[in-house]
Ligand binder design. Structure first.
Ligand code: NAD
Length: 304
């Protein structure tokens, strides 16, 4: 959105990346009265969303930004963001003065580089990655970690408030992406170690529901014991909607960042190694919670 204007219901918003997160986010925005122009590289996704009220599906990137006060990217990684902005030319089509918001979990150093290029065209790039998953996207309860100039964030608060219950300014451009990666390194490592403990307890004869009740009232609790195990692991649906390879991408961004800072993350590196082995053995589209299934099989094999 342009300098000093606040987005209002009725404003046009461009949105690129209509996948597991992008779709529910777009539905929140249209539900709040925004006119969204959406694009995804995958034709079947464009076709599926063609009759959502308030959403105009367009066939190319040049069309997505037409009349848009702000454009949101919800893409898998920095390579896709770079491809969209530079190779496919989105940056060249953005009018000066608008805001571009990268809400995917991208690499902070690439984000800084892209922000400089955007700045040369008088386009402000904010990194605003989210935590809270597909359910949080659906209910508008995401936590949004924003990097970039605070005045530009202030101009987008109403818009981002439709998507998140917490919209936090966490530092200059790239800070949001750094913090999001660090958060996911914690989350992934919690999931692994919580699962090791719960599988060990089960092998000892303890009931997983009883263990979760006790742990969730005790100091060993985490998002994995409070949310992921009860919702996705115990029912065996492994349907969090967050891919295992996307989690591994975030973990690698975080360990790389730690290494570059001269404080390598010893436990984090070990965790990445295990998640990378799970990624090799599980199907391409595995949910990240399937790391527990992998751990179970791996433990069985070791026991035999
Ligand atoms: P997804 O793979 O479901 O969706 C990404 C979409 O981007 C796909 O539909 C794909 O077709 C599209 N795309 C890829 N390259 C493109 C290009 N060049 N041009 C246009 N469209 C392109 O992924 P997702 O789960 O929605 O995740 C998106 C981002 O959000 C990732 O960075 C992820 O790490 C992050 N994230 C995901 C979750 C989650 O629970 N799924 C939670 C928080 C953050």
């Amino acid at each position: 959105m342009r300098e000093s204007s606040q987005p209002a219901a009725g404003a046009v918003i461009g949105f690129v990346g209509l996948g597991r997160m992008g779709e529910p986010m777009v539905r929140r925005l249209t539900g709040a009265g925004y006119q969204v122009r959406g694009y995804d590289a995958e034709p079947s996704i464009r076709a599926r969303l063609s009759d959502v009220d308030g959403l105009t599906i367009v066939d190319g990137l040049a069309e997505v930004v037409r009349g848009a006060e702000a454009t949101i990217l919800m893409l898998p990684n920095s390579s896709a963001v770079r491809a969209v902005l530079l190779d496919d030319g989105l940056l060249d089509t953005l009018p000066s003065g608008v805001v571009l918001i990268d809400m995917g979990s991208s690499e902070p150093l690439v984000t800084r580089e892209l922000s400089e290029l955007a700045g040369k065209r008088d386009v402000s790039l904010l990194d605003a990655p989210v935590s809270g998953g597909v359910l949080g996207a659906r209910h508008g309860t995401l936590t949004v970690m924003v990097g970039g100039p605070e005045d530009r964030l202030d101009a987008c608060r109403t818009l981002l408030g439709v998507l998140g219950k917490q919209v936090l300014h966490v530092g200059p451009v790239g800070a949001g992406h750094a913090l999001k990666a660090l958060n996911n390194l914690l989350s992934a490592t919690h999931l692994l170690v919580s699962s090791e403990a719960l599988l060990a307890g089960r092998a000892f004869g303890l009931d997983p529901d009883v263990m979760l009740d006790a742990i969730n009232g005790s100091s060993g609790r985490s998002g994995s014991t409070e949310n992921k195990w009860p919702r996705f692991v115990l029912p065996g649906n492994y349907a969090s909607g967050f891919g295992l390879r996307l989690m591994l991408k975030d973990m690698r961004i975080a360990t790389e960042l730690a290494r570059a800072s001269g404080l390598p993350s010893l436990l984090g590196e070990a965790s990445v190694e295990l998640w990378a082995r799970a990624a090799e053995e599980l199907p391409e589209d595995a949910d990240h919670t399937e790391v527990v299934r992998w751990l179970e099989q791996h433990t069985d094999r070791r026991v035999r």
